[in-house]
Design a protein around this ligand. Structure first.
Ligand code: RP5
Length: 159
């Protein structure tokens, strides 16, 4: 599986790195691009419109403020696009959340929570796992580990 990871600004790196790290953990190849829907629209268009030809399965896009990046990417590709609203500016990410989640009918973007980069990566992995049994097994093991951790905490609580 190969995914795209687009960041609207270098100020988004600390949050979006969580997605990058998770892809590393799962051995998923990741193409990273720093590009803005407003400041570098031509680069965004080129990346999104050729993404399928480069073998990407889906694209994650993280942006803050007037976060048009995931929606613009969705307009240039038929691949699934996952949007991550990022906390920044005086509205603390609520602006980005509403901009990303409120896509017009016919042009969906799967919207994560504010700063939800880790869930975005897991969602991308779930998409890939549908047609990749090896990745599906890794994801199943990840979920089982999480379950064990909760049960261990519960056991400690009971002592
Ligand atoms: C968005 O505006 C970026 O995604 C970032 O979250 C926010 C602030 O960007 P910078 O002004 O720090 O580049 O475009």
């Amino acid at each position: 599986m190969k995914v795209g990871l687009v960041l609207g600004s270098d100020s988004d790196i600390p949050v979006m790195k969580k997605a990058f790290d998770l892809f590393n953990e799962f051995g998923v190849e990741c193409e990273v691009l720093l590009a803005s829907a407003h400041r570098t629209p031509a680069e965004v268009r080129e990346f999104a419109s050729t993404a399928q030809d480069r073998g990407l399965s889906c694209i994650i896009a993280g942006a803050g403020m007037a976060a048009h990046l995931p929606g613009v990417i969705a307009s240039y590709t038929t691949l699934p696009v996952i949007g991550v609203p990022l906390e920044s500016g005086s509205l603390k990410g609520m602006d980005a959340l509403l901009a990303i989640v409120q896509m017009p009918s016919g042009m969906p973007v799967a919207t994560m929570a504010i700063n939800g980069a880790k869930n975005a990566a897991l969602f991308a992995i779930q998409i890939g796992a549908v047609s990749d049994p090896e990745l599906a097994a890794k994801y199943k093991a990840y979920r089982e580990k999480m379950t064990r951790q909760v049960m261990e905490k519960n056991d400690k609580l009971q002592q």
